[in-house]
Design a protein around this ligand. Structure first.
Ligand SMILES: Nc1ncnc2c1ncn2[C@@H]1O[C@H](COP(=O)(O)OP(=O)(O)OP(=O)(O)O)[C@@H](O)[C@H]1O
Ligand SMILES: [Mg+2]
Length: 130
């Protein structure tokens, strides 16, 4: 199990979300965030005063996935979020120790995605590798 944290341009959110949905990744947490990368922010002139703006508005996605979804989720995010200019964002991939579905008490790989029944079916179809 992995946790994918992706920081993207807000205007690319819809494309990224639609792309992920097409790949079968439906569950995500979306946060409005601010941040800066290697350019350390930017400057802006307001009423003749040059002001340093250190933080850009970005959108962060938290996506917990089973192993078989990691690569396609990353590829989809990169493809849908890229403009080729600086500030396109970054993707962090973290090991995920556990996941607990509060409604049912399920844990681990069964709790991340769809229902256990769905997961069992996918396993039978040999689609999913955990
Ligand atoms: N090392 C980092 N740690 C945490 N967050 C980061 C890091 N690098 C980038 N971010 C987040 O990603 C956002 C977008 O980063 P950005 O795409 O500008 O990265 P970059 O390294 O400056 O690359 P580029 O030169 O293409 O702009 C930042 O505003 C920040 O929120
Ligand atoms: Mg940058």
């Amino acid at each position: 199990m992995k946790a994918i944290l992706a920081v993207i341009r807000p205007e690319k959110f819809r494309d990224v979300k639609d792309g992920l949905h097409n790949e079968g990744v439906h569950m995500m947490t979306v946060l409005d965030v601010r941040g800066c990368g290697q350019q350390k922010g930017y400057t802006k002139e307001y009423r003749g005063v040059i002001e340093e703006v250190k933080l850009h508005r970005k959108v962060m996605l938290l996506i917990a996935v089973n192993k078989s979804f990691v690569e396609k989720a990353i590829k989809t995010i990169v493809r849908s979020a890229r403009t080729g200019k600086i500030g396109d964002g970054k993707i962090f991939v973290l090991p995920l120790e556990d996941c607990i579905r509060i409604s049912s008490g399920e844990t681990g790989v069964g709790a991340i995605g769809g229902s256990s029944d769905e997961l069992r079916k996918l396993k039978q179809m040999a689609i999913i590798e955990i």
